[in-house]
Design a binder for this molecule. Structure first.
Ligand SMILES: Nc1ncnc2c1ncn2[C@@H]1O[C@H](COP(=O)(O)OP(=O)(O)O)[C@@H](O)[C@H]1O
Ligand SMILES: [Mg+2]
Length: 261
């Protein structure tokens, strides 16, 4: 059974069909990537998979279970978490607090915790903070635990967002353009980091414009154009697919798809 099964997902906004009869699967232990030009419907797919938008038709199964009817907290509890194309951190809070918030569906925290007897409260808080330490190590932000999140450089903010998503222990991690705004060296590091996250989650759905990142770490690539899937395959298959080059990469696009140069 696939980790995630997407069948005939469709959504329209007014007259615009943003995602059109999209079907694909995600397999365990793999990075599945969604590429396509701006406005192709990539973020809308993430929004539907994570319960932000309700599709007009189609269905999604996580580990064989239909997601239909779940509320937003159920999506997180059952195993979806994401990052945003435009970073969304709690800007007034510290790095640690941003990660603790990511745990809130698993570990009671903050004012809710004050309802518990002291012994329970202290144990929960200690465990939560130990877990924060682990996540900070993973994302390389140990030295920034008590910094305000927005005081961090951009690349670190992106990693913090991933850390916050990891804090809910997702099965499926969805990353919306995580390399945006990074320099080439940061992008190489990020690619390795994303790959390493397969030790923590069952599968990753990656949206990314940078073809080097995409071609170097994807197990499978799905290409969207005007909301519809125009191709699907391994990186090397996508790179030489004439329809993809025509629709997505356009004139001069070939040089973008030549990863590893
Ligand atoms: N909430 C919304 N209301 C109206 N139109 C939307 C909404 N969300 C997305 N769209 C439209 O759907 C299309 C796909 O958008 P999006 O999924 O953000 O594309 P991508 O992430 O591939 O750049 C765009 O034309 C966008 O304007
Ligand atoms: Mg987008």
């Amino acid at each position: 059974m696939s980790l995630l099964e997407v069948n005939n997902l469709t959504i329209a906004f007014g007259g615009l069909v943003a995602v059109d009869d999209l079907s694909f699967t995600m397999e365990r232990g793999q990075i599945t990537s969604l590429i396509g030009p701006n406005g192709a419907g990539k973020t809308t797919v993430i929004n539907m998979l994570t319960g932000f938008y309700t599709p007009d038709s189609g269905e999604v199964k996580l580990d064989g279970e239909l997601t239909k009817g779940w509320d937003t907290t159920q999506y997180v509890r059952k195993g979806f978490n994401r990052t945003f194309q435009n970073i969304r951190l709690f800007s007034n809070l510290t790095v640690e607090d941003n990660i603790l918030i990511g745990m809130q569906h698993r570990i009671p925290y903050g004012s809710f915790l004050s309802l518990f007897p002291n012994k329970v409260k202290n144990t929960c808080e200690r465990e939560a903070r130990e877990e924060v330490t682990e996540i900070l190590k993973k994302i390389g932000l140990e030295g920034h635990r008590y910094d305000k999140s927005t005081s961090l450089p951009y690349g670190m903010q992106r990693k913090l967002e991933i850390g916050r998503a990891l804090a809910s222990k997702p099965k499926v991690l969805l990353l919306d353009e995580p390399a945006a705004g990074m320099n080439p060296k940061e992008k190489v590091e990020l690619s390795e980091f994303i790959k390493s996250l397969l030790n923590d989650v069952d599968g990753i759905l990656l949206i990314e414009h940078d073809m080097k990142v995409i071609m170097s770490i994807s197990d499978k690539i799905i290409v969207l154009n005007h909301g519809a899937k125009i191709a699907e395959g391994k990186p090397e298959e996508i790179q030489r697919n004439p329809e993809v080059i025509e629709a997505y990469l356009g004139r001069g696009g070939k040089q973008h798809v030549d990863a590893g140069e």
